[in-house]
Write a protein that binds this ligand. Structure first.
Ligand code: NDP
Length: 243
């Protein structure tokens, strides 16, 4: 019952699922949230339990304020402690500036920004010294490769400000906060064989998409007890997209 514990938002698929599994491999008990795909969440839970770790999943819309904070409280209560929050849940609404609606703006900011803030606020209230808040940003927070990303890039840039301020706010308690900026990652959100994939690959130095596990390994490092002196940092896992 003394294992370190993590909650991963949006942990049922893609980068979140790879992260949840990686943290379990590293010996942590893991709770994950999901938006709607109960079957996928259940599969990740089964795979974590097969590793001998405790796993839990809860449907919690990051865009709903009560659910965004409540899922973190629920996970901390369920495991009896909380060491790591991975703020991963996010949506990508891309397209020309004049086509984005007020509903698009509100939804993207609610899920990508407000949800991350509320989860971090709840987690900070439950973490002890050694706590880790890790947020998944995006390479477009550092360098926007072309048109169509106004809303998404705005939302992801906000996570850098949140992270730096969290680092200052929580440093005195020995809690770190960092943001990881992935480049193109082969997931349901952004498949490596999708219509815009070639341009994204070409925009990296390595000339390819990442596998979700390549992002999860950076998150796992930041989550470890040994990562005591990394805080307020932006870590690029982008294949050289920003180079
Ligand atoms: P996916 O769409 O493949 O997976 C998204 C995950 O988040 C799923 O588990 C999904 O749950 C969950 N989710 C979606 N909306 C919500 C919500 N409102 N509340 C709670 N959970 C939600 O995405 P990726 O793995 O590609 O992306 C993960 C993060 O990484 C996002 O923040 C994204 O912006 C960021 N990112 C992705 C990149 C990429 O190229 N893929 C590049 C840079 C950043 P369910 O299965 O129930 O729908």
């Amino acid at each position: 019952m003394n294992s370190r514990t993590a909650v991963v938002t949006g942990g049922s698929r893609g980068i979140g699922a790879a992260t949840a599994l990686r943290l379990a491999h590293e010996g942590m008990d893991v709770a994950l949230t999901y938006a709607g795909d109960e079957r996928a969440a259940g599969e990740v839970v089964r795979r974590i339990e097969a590793l001998g770790r405790r796993a839990k999943a809860v449907r919690a819309d990051a865009g709903n304020p009560a659910e965004a904070a409540g899922a973190v409280e629920w996970a901390a209560d369920a495991f009896g402690r909380l060491d790591v929050l991975v703020n991963n849940a996010g949506i990508g609404v891309l397209g020309p500036l004049d086509g984005l609606t007020l509903a698009d703006v509100d939804r993207v900011l609610a899920v990508n920004v407000r949800g991350a803030f509320l989860a971090a606020q709840a987690a900070a209230g439950r973490m002890r010294e050694g706590g880790r808040i890790i947020t998944i940003g995006s390479c477009v927070a550092q360098r926007v490769p072309g048109p169509g990303a106004t809303l998404y890039a705005m939302s992801k840039s906000a996570l850098t400000g949140l992270t730096k301020a969290l680092a200052r706010e929580l440093g005195g308690r020995g809690i770190t906060a960092n943001v990881v900026h992935p480049g193109p990652v082969d997931t349901d959100m952004n498949p490596a064989d999708g219509p815009y994939a070639q341009g994204q690959s070409d925009g990296t130095a390595l000339g390819r998409f990442a596998r979700p596990e390549e992002v999860a390994s950076m998150v796992a490092y930041l989550a470890r007890e040994e990562a005591t002196y990394v805080t307020g940092a932006e870590l690029s896992v982008d294949g050289g997209h920003a180079a």
